[in-house]
Design a protein around this ligand. Structure first.
Ligand SMILES: Nc1ncnc2c1ncn2[C@@H]1O[C@H](COP(=O)(O)OP(=O)(O)O)[C@@H](O)[C@H]1O
Ligand SMILES: [Mg+2]
Length: 321
């Protein structure tokens, strides 16, 4: 194992240790979140209220030592509330930019499906370009500008589902479920003492183990993770099979191939390896493909879940020996 990978694996496990001081369990969610961050991509966390989506993203920002901003999405949120606006300054007789909360490094877009499409698009466009355009002036965002959005899957009333054409700006859609019984017991006991998760985050006991510079340096190390040609072909076949599956109306596009390739390398680093395995790819199929596939209505009505379709697709594609 080379030194570069040691440093990467070390940083990832140090980050996980700090996050675990606040978040109980949720290992798969935390791994997926770190994969998005270390590949410099955006992620969408989906879960019912109260499973610690907001707390997780706050903790991540703290551990990564990044500038952090939070936007609570509401039905009356306007694009200017996110990106900012030009205001005329009477003294100077000129317009000045009043920057919106998007001008940060690590942004939490909380409950993104509660704001209307044009406000969502203002954010999604800036995510894509890592720049903000206001009145024909373009303002750059940091190279490592990262958005973690959250949404509640069951709330239909008064929500605006993300436009299918743009939801793939998120590399991963991370499902976040309820804690298991043992974890919930832990949570209850911690609430009784002075170790309530929020209190721990505020207490200063959680260390910032990275800085924006070290994060950027570590991201470059991912290039050292090896992936065999057969495995590249394997992940390409998985993505292409989504376009052939009988239950799928619209399969995943080439961006999914890029996302599966980059994220599987980060998954290997998380496991302390300098090479990708088929299980790395399989483990990422749902977070990478789940929000990029549209099922045929008749299959949806029958209650076929995306996860089941992806499991079938993984069955249909041969794992290279
Ligand atoms: N796995 C967990 N680890 C730590 N705290 C948790 C966990 N699950 C739920 N909580 C608690 O639930 C509360 C809700 O968290 P919050 O981040 O507001 O949830 P969400 O954004 O998903 O609605 C927090 O007080 C948090 O302490
Ligand atoms: Mg929340």
């Amino acid at each position: 194992m080379t030194t570069a990978i040691d440093a990467l694996a070390g940083a990832l496990s140090a980050a996980k240790q700090e996050i675990a001081k606040v978040i109980i369990g949720q290992d798969k969610v935390i791994d997926s979140a770190l994969i998005a961050i270390f590949t410099n991509h955006h992620a969408l966390i989906e879960g019912v209220p109260g499973v610690a989506k907001t707390l997780l993203v706050r903790t991540l920002a703290h551990v990564l030592g990044c500038d952090f901003g939070r936007i609570q999405f509401t039905p009356d949120l306007m694009p200017a509330d996110i990106i900012g606006t030009h205001v005329f300054n009477i003294q100077k007789q000129s317009f000045a930019l009043v920057k919106g909360p998007i001008f940060t490094t690590f942004l939490l877009a909380d409950e993104i499906n509660r704001a209307p499409a044009k406000t969502q698009s203002a954010l999604l466009q800036s995510m894509q370009e890592r720049a903000v355009t206001i009145d024909r002036y373009t303002h750059p965002l940091p190279d490592n500008f990262t958005v973690f959005a959250t949404q509640n899957p069951i709330e239909q009333q008064g929500t605006y589902p993300l436009p299918e054409a743009q939801v793939d700006r998120f590399m991963l859609k991370i499902p976040m479920g309820h804690p298991d019984r043992e974890e919930e017991m832990q949570l209850a006991q911690r609430m009784l003492g002075d170790q309530a998760p929020e209190a721990v985050l505020k207490s200063g006991a959680v260390r910032a183990v990275l800085t924006p510079d070290t994060l950027m340096a570590l991201r470059r190390q991912l290039a050292a993770i090896r992936i065999k040609d057969e495995l590249v072909a394997y992940l390409v076949d998985i993505v292409r099979q989504t376009r052939r599956h009988q239950g799928v109306l619209v399969g995943a596009g080439p961006r999914a191939t890029q996302a599966l390739l980059l994220s599987s390398r980060a998954a290997a680093a998380l496991a302390g390896r300098d090479f990708v395995t088929p299980d790395d790819i399989k483990g990422l199929a749902v977070p990478v493909l789940g929000h990029r596939i549209i099922l045929r209505p008749e299959y949806e009505i029958e209650g076929l879940a995306i996860e089941e379709v992806i499991a079938q697709i993984l069955q249909e594609v041969t794992v290279p020996r």
